[in-house]
Design a protein around this ligand. Structure first.
Ligand code: ATP
Ligand code: MG
Length: 563
């Protein structure tokens, strides 16, 4: 990480957020302190959009030698769970970032927030409203029509303090009363029209249990949490730009320390939904196998799929930060992981749709060890030995009975090179009663061994293979995009779930893998030659290895860029 940081500092011009921080450092606004926070609500698992925010917040602090807090924004007891807290911590750590001892919960500040709310009441800046949620929303007006003041707006400070205290004591039913800021019902900014600060919720909270039955609204809790933690730069997504006047109003009214809120464009990815509510729906309705289904855009899903933390950080760096909403091509994410896996993965041989080849002129019972390269991209990676014998598996589509012109793989009487082994020639196609191909009988050329070929034979194609006697059985799961359209949640009159790709998961239960992978560990990543990048899934058992396909070898994104 350190090397990467230095590299960043040397080679990159400042993005607009870094420029703001730099300006603050110059004009002394925060005494050259940089202190950011990543503030997830523990109501779901983190997704790749959160990864962008994590890289931004932690990255900013690293670049300016500052600090980053992890803060759980847990002000809504109904949707939040301890399971999510643990998953979030695991994901942030896995991405390579540390909050050290600075893990906080907004719920730790409930007492202080209550005191601040009471202070606003005493200053005539907040009041208890008896109107129902419907009445409040009906009297808010529209952006062009001012709202109507509540009939309860001019209650005395004493009455408000007493009612707010009783709200806290649980004297009222949910929805009977709320605390509202007293700002301006005619403000052109709807968020300034006496926004609700507290509501009654008789629900147990994952940390405070039943201690509270009133809970602060996000806008109230968030700025106060930032202020208490002496955050300098409170970075959030664009939709909060219109909340900034309220953020500032609350802190100014309280006369407390005030961070600078800065908004940036959230990450939108093509062929993906990114809202936690929708991801939760996919999980609950069993449209995916769980939060960590390898097709999910969650960090846990990407991890299970075989993504590396480096590839996600590189992706976040590549997309940068913008002030305007945009849609990033998911192929760029795939490009980032392919680029990294290409550097670090061993090349191995695996046959996904096997067909048997019997080499009739190879001695029965003989096994020969052949040498092959682990990773041509990595000079340190070395070599390994793979067994070769009379019976091998090759890929079904590496054989064609009636090949078109220019087909360089195996066909009747045709020749092909077996990777790191010999040239073979197909002599006979053996079929069953239904006409299905059972096996291919081939000859090999003894003097055509890879690296010591004296045969003089010229063949154009090279295919991968696995020795049948030593092959390890495996299940391989192939994935495609979870949705069939670029923007599944922006299709007129249609629910995003109508666009789920029925072919997004294909299970191949009878694959044959080279024996060096017998001891492969959970999460270990490989390049299956000619097929793509794969990793060992948690569903593997001592009896059966299970692999997930991370990404193919073909670089469609780079090609698009060259066009
Ligand atoms: P969702 O809309 O998926 O529920 P959220 O914004 O409500 O997301 P939070 O847990 O509140 O989820 O988000 C934590 C942090 O991550 C916030 O600072 C938020 O701005 C940021 N974040 C969430 N989604 C994205 C995204 N798609 N791109 C960049 N940052 C994001
Ligand atoms: Mg949120």
């Amino acid at each position: 990480m350190d090397k990467e940081k230095d590299h960043l500092a040397l080679t990159n011009s400042l993005n607009f957020i870094e420029q703001i921080v730099e300006d603050h450092n110059t004009n002394g606004r925060f005494e050259k302190r940089v202190h950011t926070r990543f503030p997830p609500e523990p109501n779901g698992y983190l997704h790749i959009g959160h990864a962008k925010s994590i890289c931004l917040n932690f990255g900013l602090a690293q670049r300016f030698h500052g600090l980053t807090n992890l803060r759980f924004d847990d002000t809504n007891p109904e949707t939040e769970e301890a399971e999510y807290v643990e998953a979030i911590e695991q994901d942030v750590k896995w991405l390579g970032f540390s909050w050290d001892e600075r893990k906080f919960f907004a719920s730790d500040y409930f007492e202080q927030m209550y005191a601040y709310a009471s202070q606003l009441i005493r200053d005539g800046k907040a009041y208890v409203d008896d109107q129902t949620a419907e009445e409040i929303s009906a009297t808010r007006g529209t952006p062009t029509v001012p709202g109507k003041e509540s009939p309860f707006r001019n209650r005395s400070v004493e009455e408000n303090l007493a009612l707010f205290e009783q709200m806290k004591q649980g004297k009222f039913q949910e929805g009977a009363k709320v605390l509202r800021a007293k700002i301006d019902m005619a403000s052109p900014n709807m968020h300034m029209r006496d926004p609700v600060l507290y509501r009654i919720k008789k629900a147990a909270h994952h940390r405070t249990g039943n201690a509270w039955c009133i809970y602060p609204m996000y806008d109230f809790a968030h700025c106060i949490s930032d202020s208490i933690e002496r955050i300098t730069h409170s970075i959030c997504t664009l939709e909060f730009e219109v909340h900034r006047p309220l953020y500032d109003w609350i802190l100014e009214s309280l006369g407390v320390y005030q961070p600078q809120q800065i908004e940036f464009a959230r990450l939108n990815l093509s062929y993906t939904v990114m809202s936690k509510r929708k991801l939760l729906q996919l999980v609950n309705e069993k449209l995916v196998s769980g939060w960590d289904d390898p097709r999910m855009p969650t960090i846990s899903g990407l991890r299970r799929r075989g993504y590396t933390p480096e590839s996600i950080r590189n992706f976040a760096h590549r997309i940068g930060v913008a002030k305007r909403d945009n849609l990033i091509d998911v192929a760029l994410l795939e490009f980032s992981v392919r680029e990294h896996l290409n550097q670090v993965c061993s090349r191995v041989m695996a046959v996904l749709n096997p067909i048997k080849v019997v080499i009739t002129n190879y001695p029965e019972g003989k096994t020969e060890m052949l040498t092959t390269e682990n990773n041509p991209e990595d000079p340190q990676a070395g070599h390994r030995e793979i067994p070769f014998g009379r019976e091998i598996w090759i890929e079904q589509d590496d054989f064609m009975e009636n090949p078109p012109k220019g087909y360089f793989r195996l066909s009747p009487q045709g020749m092909v090179r077996l990777k790191s082994a010999y040239i073979i020639q197909c002599q006979e196609v053996v079929k069953d009663a239904q006409g299905q191909i059972q096996e291919l009988k081939c000859l090999y050329f003894e003097n055509s061994k890879s690296g010591a070929d004296t045969s003089g034979l010229k063949v154009k194609g090279t295919i991968h293979w696995v020795s049948a006697a030593e092959a390890v059985d495996a299940e391989v799961r192939l994935y495609d995009r979870l949705f069939t359209v670029e923007e599944p949640d922006k299709q007129e009159d249609k629910d995003y779930k109508e666009f789920i790709n029925p072919a997004s998961l294909v299970v191949l239960p009878h694959c044959k893998i080279e024996p060096s992978l017998r001891q492969a560990k959970l999460g270990e990543r490989f390049q299956f030659q000619r097929l793509g990048y794969f990793c060992v899934d948690k569903d593997s058992s001592p009896q059966q290895l299970v692999f997930n396909k991370t990404v193919g070898l073909k670089d469609s994104w780079a090609k698009e860029q060259k066009k």
